[in-house]
Ligand binder design. Structure first.
Ligand SMILES: Nc1ncnc2c1ncn2[C@@H]1O[C@H](COP(=O)(O)OP(=O)(O)OP(=O)(O)O)[C@@H](O)[C@H]1O
Ligand SMILES: [Mg+2]
Length: 273
């Protein structure tokens, strides 16, 4: 009897329990993510229905204010009808934004770096001074199956949030990588794109962290709280995920997108390389 096998066995046992522990941890993470996704889908449905209900009477209110204005003899009263019309228009715009995400994506092969470059030039035009955008691109990335306009919107909303959080002063990094064997929304893909958008701003406020993707949640003066909701809807339509980690001086939003989302349905076909 030598001590060697005993050591080997205990090493095996602890390795097994470590693997088991990792497995449980992963399952918990997946079920938490699914719960949050269900919850946010239910919330979104509720908001959409509400937006529909608000839109109809809004048209009536605006029309009535317009008619009323014509009948008013004292022009100084127009100030009030103008307020009604202006506010009705503002609400109408908000409702339209709440209702847009349901356009079906029009997918085609695209180069994610073109999407990033487009966003980069839009943001640099918006912030000609104070914001620098660093690129850390994996140029070996294959083309991605996706809706170009929607993906521009997703990245633009995240990058614009970063620029706004930094009050127009700081650095944003756009980083792309390939991830192998990714599980996204319960499906397994051989390849996924990881896109990270990092900023050097103050970080996401503590009290917003759990709700940041919910509609109408904003920590910004004048913000409508729809940018990230829209981003999450589009990313979900692309079978991907969006998460973030944040601390003062270092906030990263991470997108994981299947490179070819039909890949999971045709295992072993060698497609999506
Ligand atoms: N990079 C970031 N750093 C700090 N806070 C952030 C960052 N990104 C988002 N946030 C916070 O999350 C909130 C929600 O963002 P979201 O884009 O959904 O709405 P918004 O920017 O307030 O309004 P909208 O995008 O509709 O104009 C922001 O108001 C902000 O408080
Ligand atoms: Mg925003």
């Amino acid at each position: 009897m030598t001590p060697a096998p005993a050591i080997g066995r205990s090493a095996n046992v602890s390795q097994e329990s470590l693997l088991e522990f990792r497995h449980i941890e992963q399952q918990l993470k997946i079920s938490r993510e699914e719960r949050l996704l269900d919850q946010s889908q239910a919330n979104r449905e509720l908001i959409r229905n509400l937006a529909h209900e608000i839109k109809n009477p809004l048209g009536g209110i605006r029309g009535a204010a317009q008619l009323l204005e014509r009948e008013l003899e004292r022009p100084n009263l127009h100030e009030y009808t103008q307020v009604i019309m202006k506010e009705a228009d503002r609400l109408q715009l908000l409702m339209d934004r709440l209702l847009t995400p349901h356009r079906l994506p029009q997918n085609a092969p695209l180069n994610i770096h073109e999407v990033l470059e487009r966003v980069r030039s839009l943001i640099l035009a918006e912030y000609p001074q104070g914001i620098t955008i660093r690129r850390d691109y994996d140029t070996s990335l294959p083309l991605l199956e996706g809706d170009r306009e929607q993906l521009i919107q997703v990245v633009l909303n995240i990058v614009r949030n970063a620029a706004q959080a930094m009050h127009g002063n700081g650095q944003i990094t756009l980083k792309t990588r390939v991830v192998r064997q990714a599980t996204l929304a319960r499906r397994r893909y051989r390849h996924a794109l990881e896109l990270q958008i990092t900023d050097t701003g103050p970080g996401v406020a503590e009290d917003l962290r759990e709700r940041i993707f919910y509609p109408l949640v904003s920590g910004r003066e004048g913000g409508s709280g729809l940018g990230l909701t829209l981003a999450q809807t589009f990313v979900t339509q692309h079978h991907g995920t969006i998460t973030f980690e944040s601390q003062p001086g270092n906030t990263t939003f991470t997108l994981l997108l299947p490179i070819d989302f039909s890949e999971h349905a045709r295992p072993g076909t060698g497609n999506g390389q």
